[in-house]
Design a protein around this ligand. Structure first.
Ligand code: AP5
Ligand code: MG
Length: 209
C-alpha cells in the first residue's frame, strides 16, 4: 500500500504514520525526521535545511524531491510506504506522480485552534522520531521514548511564533494538494480530532473501502 498523509503541522501525521506502518508492514518515511537527523549529524543537507526549518518555512523543492525519490527506490519501499510530510507543494506532488502510483492520499483534518494546543504539549524522540503529548498521548515512563528508550525533547520549531508561521505556510502551499488529490480520485479525509487510535481505525477503514 502506497500512502501519502496530508495535514497541517500537528495534525497527527507522524503519530498515524507510525501506527499505520506497523499495521501495514511498510516503512514510515518522514521528510521532517530525515531533515532533523541530518541536522543532528551536521551533514551539508542538514545545515542547508536548518535555516528554513527554524523559520517555519519549507525547505526548497530541489533539496527535498531527490532525497525522497532516492529513498523510495530502496528495496524496502517496493511493496509500499507511508509518506509523512511529503509532498508539501504542487511541484513535489507532480514529481511524485511521475514516478509512483499511489493508492490513496489521506487528509487528516484538524482545525487550527486544536493544532496550537497540541504543539505546546508535544514531546518527540530525537532518536527514532516517535511523537508524544504530555496530556493526550503520554509515554509509559515520563520523558522516555516507549519505542527506543531515548530521552524525549521539545522540537525547536514548536515555539508559538514558528507554529503560526508553519500554519500559514501550510494553508498557502500545502492545502492546495487536497484538491489536487481529490481531482485524481485518491483523496480520503478523516477527522483528526478523535483519539489517536480512533483516527487510525478511520484511516484503515477508509483505505480498505
Ligand atoms: P515536519 O516534521 O513534517 O512537521 P509538520 O508538518 O509541521 O508536522 P509535525 O511533525 O509538526 O506534526 P504531525 O502532523 O506529524 O503531528 P504529530 O503526530 O507529531 O516538518 C518540519 C519542517 O521540515 C517543515 O517546517 C519544513 O521546514 C521541513 N520539511 C519537511 N518536509 C518537507 C517537504 N516535503 N518540503 C519542504 N520542507 C519540508 O502530532 C502532534 C502532537 O499532537 C503530538 O504531541 C501528538 O502526540 C499529538 N496528537 C497526535 N494525534 C493526536 C490526537 N488524535 N489527539 C490528541 N493529540 C494528538
Ligand atoms: Mg511529524
Amino acid at each position: 500500500m502506497k500512502l501519502v498523509l496530508l495535514g497541517a503541522p500537528g495534525a497527527g501525521k507522524g503519530t498515524q504514520a507510525s501506527s499505520l506502518a506497523e499495521f501495514l508492514h511498510v516503512p514510515h518515511i518522514s521528510t521532517g525526521d530525515i531533515f532533523r537527523k541530518n541536522l543532528r549529524n551536521e551533514t551539508p543537507l542538514g545545515m542547508k535545511a536548518k535555516s528554513y526549518m527554524d523559520q517555519g518555512l519549507l525547505v526548497p523543492d530541489e533539496l527535498t524531491v531527490d532525497l525522497v525519490m532516492d529513498r523510495l527506490s530502496e528495496e524496502d519501499c517496493q511493496n509500499g510506504y507511508i509518506l509523512d510530510g511529503f509532498p508539501r507543494t504542487l511541484a513535489q506532488a507532480d514529481a511524485l506522480s511521475q514516478k509512483e502510483k499511489l493508492d490513496a492520499a489521506v487528509n487528516i483534518h484538524v482545525p487550527d485552534e486544536v493544532i496550537v494546543e497540541r504543539m505546546g504539549g508535544r514531546r518527540v524522540c530525537p532518536s527514532c522520531g516517535e511523537s508524544y503529548h504530555v496530556q493526550y498521548n503520554p509515554p509509559k515512563q515520563e520523558g522516555i521514548c516507549d519505542k527506543c528508550g531515548a530521552e524525549l525533547i521539545t522540537r525547536a520549531d514548536d515555539v508559538p511564533e514558528t507554529v503560526q508561521k508553519r500554519l500559514t505556510v501550510y494553508h498557502d502551499q500545502t492545502a492546495p494538494l487536497i484538491d489536487y488529490y481529490d481531482q485524481k480520485g485518491l483523496l480520503v479525509t478523516v477527522d483528526g480530532t478523535m483519539a489517536p487510535k480512533d483516527v487510525t481505525g478511520a484511516i484503515v477503514k477508509a483505505i480498505q473501502e
